[in-house]
Design a protein around this ligand. Structure first.
Ligand code: SAM
Length: 334
């Protein structure tokens, strides 16, 4: 399932470069253990989380289990650029905090390691970033003329199409409803629907786009996606149960640039994620990605009840491309 996004656990011997990386990372961790670098003090896990939450809203959590190391490392960004890294190691419950502002060697190893890890080993956690005012609806009339719009078309849509087509493959021959929340001008559904039709001719897929921007909804209607398509002008921050309002019981819900900073607030994002969970059919999927910071992290999604299948595209975190956060969430079957 989802072959290109969820990396199956492989034996290290099958990936020679991963084996080499394991040795490199182990070597550095050994040096840290031996106190060869600056080592400040031991914190409890709660202390470390609180400290991180208060001071460093943007962090990358890397689980090294795939390297046979029972370790989670958290990197965070200070000011602009990856200048001030701290490394937090959590071997079992005896973890420690190392503060070192210039662990450049470790940083370089970790960045080159990222593309070798799976999308569920690495999380870019931006949920602690402070809320900012959401953009006026008029901003979204023509936002695709900006740089951000180009990233959506060239980089974000293809990754979403890839993920959804892998999910849809399981339903070939059946019927399925997809709801694209914050779906804007329907361009994503337009490109997705033709690919799905080619790939799975026996699948009857119906699509709903929901957005509160009138110009975008009018554009979506002009795309003539077909009879199995409807566009709905609804405010997702206000509507209590969007699936009831539009009369859809989806197997796939997407929020592409929706649960994000500058779009809605953190509180609205959490509430909506709960509504999606309730509205999805058991066994259904919720795909969450976008350009700007995501309001939610995997812990919050799992508290709602979602199973986390994928959190990020690690190679994009390493190279600075988008999308970086890429959650594929599943509502369990029972
Ligand atoms: C970053 S854009 C993403 C658009 C779309 N997914 C796409 O790829 O074209 C954010 C979208 O969210 C919509 N939006 C913002 N606030 C909303 C709200 N409260 N209810 C519904 N849609 C909203 C905007 O109109 C805009 O189309």
């Amino acid at each position: 399932m989802l072959p290109n996004l969820v990396v199956e656990p492989l034996g290290l011997a099958e990936i020679p470069c991963l084996e080499k990386k394991t040795l490199e990372v182990r070597d550095i961790l050994d040096q840290l253990h031996n106190g060869q670098v600056f080592f400040r003090r031991i914190l409890s896990q709660d202390e470390a989380e609180d400290w991180l939450a208060a001071r460093h809203p943007y962090s990358i959590s890397i689980n090294l289990a795939k390297l046979g190391l029972n370790t989670r490392i958290i990197l965070y960004e200070e000011n602009k650029g990856f200048k001030g890294f701290r490394i937090y190691q959590f071997p079992d419950e005896n973890f420690f905090l190392i503060e070192q502002d210039y662990v450049i060697i470790m940083k370089n190893y970790l960045l080159s390691l990222l593309p070798l890890l799976g999308g569920n080993d690495v999380e870019l956690d931006t949920s602690r970033i402070a809320d900012s005012a959401s953009r006026d609806s008029a901003y979204w009339d023509n936002w695709k003329k900006n740089k951000e719009g180009a990233h959506y078309k060239l980089e974000i849509y293809p990754r979403c199409v890839e993920a959804i087509s892998a999910i849809a493959g399981e339903f070939n021959g059946g019927e399925m409803t997809l709801v694209d929340l914050f779906g804007g001008d329907g361009e994503f559904i337009y490109s997705l629907s033709s690919i799905i039709e080619d790939q799975y001719p026996r699948l009857k897929m119906s699509y709903h786009v929901v957005d509160n921007n009138l110009v975008s909804i009018e554009r979506a209607n002009e795309l003539h996606i077909g009879s199995a398509f409807s566009a709905h002008l609804e405010d997702l921050a206000e509507t209590e149960n969007i699936f009831q309002v539009i009369g859809a019981a989806p197997y796939i819900v997407t929020a592409i640039g929706g649960l994000n900073k500058n779009v809605i607030s953190k509180e609205e994002a959490r509430k909506l994620a709960g509504t999606v969970y309730e509205g999805l059919n058991p066994g259904g999927f919720f795909v969450v990605t976008g350009y700007s910071s995501c309001h939610m992290n995997s812990l919050q999604f799992s508290e709602i009840g979602f199973e986390i299948l994928n959190m990020s595209l690690p190679e994009n975190i390493a190279t600075g491309k988008v999308p970086k956060h890429f959650y594929i969430l599943k509502k369990p079957n029972t």
